[in-house]
Ligand binder design. Structure first.
Ligand code: 2BA
Length: 176
C-alpha cells in the first residue's frame, strides 16, 4: 500500500493556489471544445419556462401580497406584469424588505400601503423570444434568470440558469 504524504498548505499558499486555478480557467477559452455549435444559434423560445408557469405579481398589488408570493413560492426574485401581461419590472425579497426598513426597525405596518410599482426594479435586461441561446448564455453567467418577451413587450416567460445548464450538459454528453 502506498502511503500518501498529506500536503499541508498555509492559508496564503492555499489562496494563491485558488487564484491560479481561477486564472487558468478564465484564460483557457478552449477547455470545452464543441465542434458543432448550432445549438447556440437556436432561439430562446424553445427553452423558456412559459409565462403561465412563472410566479409573478401585478404592478397594482401591494407589497404585502408580493411578500406573500415570494415567501410561498420560495423564489428570490419574480417578474412584475401589468393588466395586459406586459413585463414592467422585477421584484425581489430584498427590494421589499429595503422598502420597509426604518431607522430603528422594520416597519411591517407599511406593507399594505406600498404598491409594487413604487418599489420594483424597472431598469431590467430582457430577451426577445427570437434571440439566440448564445445571447441567453452570455447573460446567465452573471444572473440566475432573464425575462423573455414577445416583440410587443408581452411577457413570454423566463430563461433560467438551470434550464440552460441542463441543455448544455445534454449537448456536451451527446457530442462526446
Ligand atoms: P432563485 O429563487 O434564487 O433560485 C435559485 C435556484 O434554486 C433555482 O435556479 C432552482 O434551482 C432552485 N429553486 C429555488 N426555488 C425553487 C422552487 N420553489 N422550486 C424549485 N427549485 C427552486 P433556477 O431554476 O435556475 O431559477 C433561477 C431563478 O429564476 C430563481 O432564482 C428565480 O428567481 C427564478 N425562477 C425560476 N423558476 C421560476 C418560476 N417558476 N417562477 C418565478 N420565478 C422563477
Amino acid at each position: 500500500m502506498i502511503e500518501e504524504e498529506a500536503i499541508v498548505l498555509s492559508m496564503p499558499e492555499y489562496l494563491f493556489m485558488i487564484i491560479d486555478f481561477e486564472k487558468e480557467i478564465e484564460g483557457n477559452d478552449s477547455m470545452i471544445s464543441i465542434e458543432h455549435k448550432d445549438f447556440l444559434f437556436t432561439s430562446v423560445k424553445e427553452y423558456i419556462i412559459p409565462a403561465e408557469k412563472v410566479a409573478h405579481v401585478q404592478e397594482g398589488n401591494n407589497a404585502e401580497h408580493a411578500l406573500l408570493v415570494l415567501t410561498k413560492t420560495g423564489y428570490s426574485s419574480i417578474p412584475v406584469l401589468d393588466a395586459k401581461d406586459h413585463l414592467k419590472g422585477l421584484l425581489s425579497m430584498r427590494t421589499v424588505t429595503d422598502s420597509i426598513l426604518g431607522l430603528a426597525h422594520i416597519e411591517y405596518e407599511r406593507l399594505p400601503e406600498l404598491k409594487v410599482d413604487e418599489i420594483m426594479r424597472k431598469e431590467i435586461d430582457t430577451l426577445k423570444t427570437t434571440d439566440t441561446f448564445q445571447k441567453g448564455l452570455d447573460y446567465l453567467i452573471d444572473h440566475p434568470f432573464i425575462c423573455v418577451t414577445e416583440e410587443d413587450g408581452t411577457f413570454a416567460g423566463i430563461l433560467t440558469r438551470r434550464v440552460l445548464l441542463k441543455q448544455f450538459k445534454k449537448y456536451i454528453y451527446n457530442v462526446q
